[in-house]
Design a protein around this ligand. Structure first.
Ligand SMILES: C[S@@+](CC[C@H](N)C(=O)[O-])C[C@H]1O[C@@H](n2cnc3c(N)ncnc32)[C@H](O)[C@@H]1O
Length: 304
């Protein structure tokens, strides 16, 4: 199929927006895979990117990089699309909370079977090295926020394939990763085999009732809250996080929802934080280049 005018316009908008927001070429390629019709070929998109070049060196270099990624044989555009399509982000009919959580668990099992790296971050393009670079960027942001420390115990909600446990275990006392997907947890356990201060558990996905109050210095949720919002269990998790955190403890919620409204997300997070006597320290910033996630950091009152 030859690319139509509408798809061509969508592709150019995606590329212009990513450039304007300082995002990486990988994020742009992931967005192209996500938003364009399956029939559109990567080579056609590479031509569009090359056609948008100007003499400005930064613009030229970035668009060259996009075209190069789209031409690489080892990056399967189809795998990105099928990984993304494994997980539906809408509600089906009269699903209960339990039914949505169970559907998501099977969906993430399927996604992880296609591409573990793309199943947790599409802009890794399914490549473990790119995923590590993106993880390192998020880890250094967490460090700057004072979230990490050799005396800190961290809970990671929706830990996926355990990339944060692997990246952070030397910078914390203990880290517990929980997830609803058995396949994700299998991969996570293999990735972190032999790490003494890392633990993984399968969770119900409905609440955090298995953990004692005040047991954690930090709670991490990277791209997991959108699924809690979808399943209707986000408010419950938010108040549970407040219960689990020690006074002064931090919750890093990276991406709150996929409703595409930063104003609504920010208002919901502020409202929930207020209801749980927590303070919003970072309110919906976009601090990353290698991932287009939105950052919220919330602190439990008290402590130093
Ligand atoms: C996009 S992945 C991100 C994984 C990981 N945080 C990362 O960034 O590498 C979302 C993860 O959330 C998990 N998840 C979805 N709903 C959940 C729930 N109710 N409780 C715990 N985990 C959940 C999925 O199984 C999946 O592993």
């Amino acid at each position: 199929m030859t690319i139509g005018e509408r798809e061509r316009t969508t592709a150019s908008h995606i590329l212009e927006r990513c450039m304007a927001n300082g995002l990486s070429a990988e994020v742009a390629v992931a967005r192209l895979a996500l938003h364009l019709q399956p029939g559109v070929k990567p080579a056609e998109l590479a031509d569009i990117a090359l056609g948008m070049r100007s003499h400005a060196p930064r613009r030229r270099g970035w668009l060259d990089e996009v075209a190069m990624l789209l031409s690489q044989k080892e990056i399967s555009f189809d795998d990105l699309r099928t990984t993304a399509a494994s997980v539906r982000h809408d509600r089906l009919g009269d699903e209960t909370h339990e039914m949505i959580v169970s559907r998501l668990a099977s969906s993430f099992d399927r996604a992880a079977a296609i591409s573990p790296a793309a199943s947790v971050q599409l802009s890794s393009l399914g490549d473990e090295e790119k995923l590590s670079a993106a993880t390192a960027e998020i880890a250094s942001w967490l460090e700057q926020q004072g979230f990490l420390g050799r005396d800190k115990t961290i809970l990671d909600i929706g830990c996926g394939i355990g990339r944060f446990e692997s990246a952070l275990h030397q910078r914390v006392k203990r880290i517990v990763g929980i997830d609803i997907s058995a396949r994700m947890l299998d991969i996570a356990r293999r990735r972190c085999a032999g790490l003494g201060n890392v633990e993984f558990r399968r969770t119900s996905g409905l609440d955090l009732g298995e953990f004692v109050a005040g047991g954690f210095d930090g709670v991490l949720a990277v791209d997991c809250f959108p699924y809690l919002v979808l399943a209707g269990v986000a408010d419950r998790h938010f108040s549970e996080i407040a219960r689990l955190l020690r006074p002064g403890g931090l919750a890093a919620i990276l991406n709150y929802s996929y409703r595409m409204s930063p104003v609504v997300d920010s208002s919901d997070v502020r409202h929930l934080a207020h209801a749980c006597a927590m303070d919003v320290v970072v309110d919906g910033e976009l601090p990353f280049r290698r991932w287009d996630g939105t950052a919220f950091l919330v602190r439990r009152s008290g402590g130093t």
